[in-house]
Design a protein. Sequence first.
Length: 83
Amino acid sequence: MSDIRRRLTLSEMPAGEDATILAFEDGRAVKNRLASLGFTPGVRVNMTQNYGHGPLIVTVRGTRVALGRGEAAKIIVEQGSHE
C-alpha cells in the first residue's frame, strides 16, 4: 500500500478527500477564529463539498463547517494516508 502525502491548502482539496491540518498562513485573529470552529493542527478533516468557487463545506471533528474560500486558502493541510 502506498503512503503518498501531498501538501496543499484546504481550498485546493477535492471533495471526498481527507487531510490533516498542518498550519495556518495568517495572523492570530484568523487562527483564533479557525480554532474556535475546531480547526487546529493535527486534526483530520474531510472535504465534503468544493465546487471550485464560492464557499466550501468541510467536516471537522464530526461537524460540517462552511468556510469562505479565502479562509480555506490560509489553512495548510497534508493530504494522503496517515495510518
